[in-house]
Design a protein around this ligand. Structure first.
Ligand SMILES: [Zn+2]
Length: 233
């Protein structure tokens, strides 16, 4: 094998690793987004529980006001009753008072129902908060691992780039340029093995003259079909 090709094969191996690492690096934001998306169901459950609690609280407040209004009315009616001298008016006011007192009684029943509903919704909210906290813990852990992976990949990239530069340094610029161009055009495989008379890149049968040139080992030999640089294993 030509020493240049041996070097370029090493360059190619580093380039392939660099590309794989860059793919992994590019994938990290997707993985981060996927990790965070695990929170959405739990977050939605908690938002629903919050909304449920607010709903009950609003109903309770309205009910309190309703009770208050009726109690004020009852007080006013009782004052009127106290001041009146007419018997029929006294009776009528008394009936009114009874009617309002029954109202208040009914409203108080509803208040008890709402208090029970509030307790239930608080239990639901607490469970939702706990579930969210657990999921958040898992997600944080996953995000931490992804951050570590990102740092790791970046370090590896720097290391391998340095290795590549070192390996490529003694290669003559013309051959390196040829390799770079081919690598760019041929999906990262510029140099391929020739096995059983077949190109390892395009899998076409190589002609006799190409194989002869390859055997001679004096110059860089290309596949006549795909143009990739050939070597014998
Ligand atoms: Zn080929």
């Amino acid at each position: 094998m030509l020493p240049t090709i041996a070097k370029l094969l090493q360059v190619q191996e580093r380039d392939q690793r660099l590309r794989a690492l860059q793919r992994d690096l590019k994938e990290i934001p997707n993985l981060q987004a996927r990790a965070k998306s695990q929170l959405s169901d739990d977050q939605a459950a908690m938002d629903a529980a919050h909304a449920g609690m607010r709903d009950v609280e609003v109903k309770m407040k309205t009910l309190d006001l309703d009770v208050q209004t009726r109690q004020n009315t009852i007080k006013r009616l009782k004052d009127q009753q106290f001041e009146t001298r007419k018997n029929d008016e006294f009776t009528a006011l008394g009936n009114e008072v009874k009617r309002y007192e029954k109202d208040v009684h009914d409203l108080e029943d509803k208040q008890i129902e709402l208090m029970e509903a509030l307790e239930a919704v608080k239990v639901t909210l607490k469970a939702a908060q706990e579930k969210l906290a657990i999921t958040q813990g898992h997600v944080n852990q996953e995000l931490k691992q992804l951050d570590e992976r990102q740092v790791n990949i970046q370090q590896r990239l720097v290391e391998i780039q340095a290795e590549r530069a070192e390996i490529a340094a003694p290669v003559d610029p013309e051959s390196l340029n040829l390799y770079d161009r081919l690598s760019k055009n041929k999906g990262g495989t510029a140099i391929v093995v020739a096995e059983n008379g077949v190109c390892g890149g395009c899998h076409m049968k190589l002609v006799i003259s190409t194989l002869a040139s390859l055997k001679g080992g004096k110059e860089i030999t290309h596949c006549e079909q795909c143009g990739r640089i050939l070597y014998f294993a």
